[in-house]
Ligand binder design. Structure first.
Ligand code: AMP
Ligand code: MG
Length: 363
């Protein structure tokens, strides 16, 4: 029996402390497809919980429902631990402690926090500066401007940009120490944290012997193996024009042992005088990244696709596709709209391989 994978458009997960601009995501899950002959029927069980300021769905295929339930409970327990580590909106999280202490001296951090920060630092370089885990001052500026219903001045943008600085983060891998020398600088893992968590849950499930599972953390998803009926997992890409209607899809993907993330500006944004400004900011200019309503990235792991979803929103179609061409195993699809509000879709050359064939959504 096909089972719905309850992926929801994203509510708010503020890894970014105080970001009024809100996550955009996207992906609605649907499940159907051809049944394949398997030796014995297994149980496919799904559970959705509120976590990380959004909805997280874990679906596991196991020998029976009770075993699947145990795997799911273990996954959510690990997620709770990760939330306590990586969340920027929780004052008691490890990240919050790092943010309040790292300007004063070395802070010893857990393996999870170290690896997440290290990934953020490395991806800054790989995305030509588009991905920047120190964007908090810009996010705050836009949030304040939203409250005051005005645009930021150039002076304010310059000042906020001057306090960004991935290159000011010092890390000691042996001691697991992190520090920086700029008072007021903060790290925001909102652009990669959900992907990091999805990968960690997959790692845990694999270690427990699970071969088939689907982890959906808002728009960041990892499809492990296949569904109970042997078909690949199917993931729908929501139409950005209908953020409140998860069943309105602009495409459907079939994935197995791959991750997918969608970033967009249609569900999380700040509204200033009737115009919406994205929750993703371009660290090179300070402006919000509004050119791409939605970008979907497919790749080998959810950290990569989460980071690239955010980064490609900043880089835009041309620069974004050039970057994707250099990354093996990564594909992307950008959705923009023309003046008649008709979709204009740009795909990297290999993206279509993952789209459901004969699907009515393919454009
Ligand atoms: P996502 O929904 O994965 O695209 O992540 C968006 C979140 O990442 C925002 O809510 C911010 O917390 C953070 N963010 C915004 N702009 C950037 C950026 N240029 N680089 C890294 N993180 C960002
Ligand atoms: Mg992201």
């Amino acid at each position: 029996m096909p089972l719905e994978a309850p992926m929801r458009g994203c509510e708010r997960w503020r890894f970014a402390a105080g970001a009024a601009v809100v996550l955009a995501l996207v992906i609605a899950g649907i499940v159907c497809g051809l049944r394949q002959q398997r030796p014995a029927r297994r149980a496919q069980v799904s559970e959705t919980r509120a976590a990380l300021n959004t909805f997280v769905a874990v679906t596991v295929v196991a020998e029976n429902a009770s075993r699947a339930g145990e795997h799911i409970a273990a996954a959510f327990a690990r997620l709770a631990q990760l939330e306590g580590t990586l969340s920027a909106h929780r004052p008691d999280s490890e990240l919050s402690r790092l943010n309040s202490g790292a300007a004063g001296g070395c802070v010893s951090v857990s393996d999870d926090l170290y690896r997440a920060v290290e990934a953020g630092v490395n991806w800054h370089r790989r995305t030509l500066g588009a991905f920047n885990i120190t964007v908090a001052p810009l996010l705050e500026l836009w949030k304040n401007c939203g409250r005051q219903q005005r645009l930021p001045t150039q002076d304010e943008l310059d000042k906020a940009r001057a306090s960004l600085g991935v290159d000011r983060i010092q890390m000691d891998s042996g001691k697991r120490h992190v520090r920086w020398f700029t008072e007021g600088m903060r790290i925001d893992l909102g652009g990669l944290g959900k992907g990091y968590c999805a990968d960690e849950l997959v790692k845990l499930l694999r270690a427990r012997g699970v071969r088939d599972a689907l982890i959906s953390i808002a728009g960041d998803i990892y499809a492990l193996g296949r569904r109970e009926d042997g078909a690949p997992w199917r993931v729908g890409i929501q139409d950005p024009r209908r953020p409140d209607s998860p069943e309105s899809l602009i495409g459907t993907l079939e994935l197995s042992d791959m991750a997918v993330s969608t970033s967009g500006n249609y569900q999380r944004f700040v509204e200033i005088r009737g115009k919406r400004y994205s929750h993703i900011v371009d660290p090179r200019t300070g402006m919000t990244a509004d050119a791409v309503p939605s970008v979907t990235v497919i790749g080998p792991d959810a950290l990569t696709t989460d980071v690239l979803g955010t980064a490609l929103s900043v880089l835009g179609v041309e620069e974004g596709l050039r970057l994707v061409a250099k990354m093996p195993g990564v594909e992307a699809m950008f959705v923009t709209f023309d003046e008649r509000n008709e979709p204009r879709i740009f795909r990297s050359p290999g993206f279509a391989r993952f789209e459901a064939v004969g699907g009515s959504h393919r454009r």
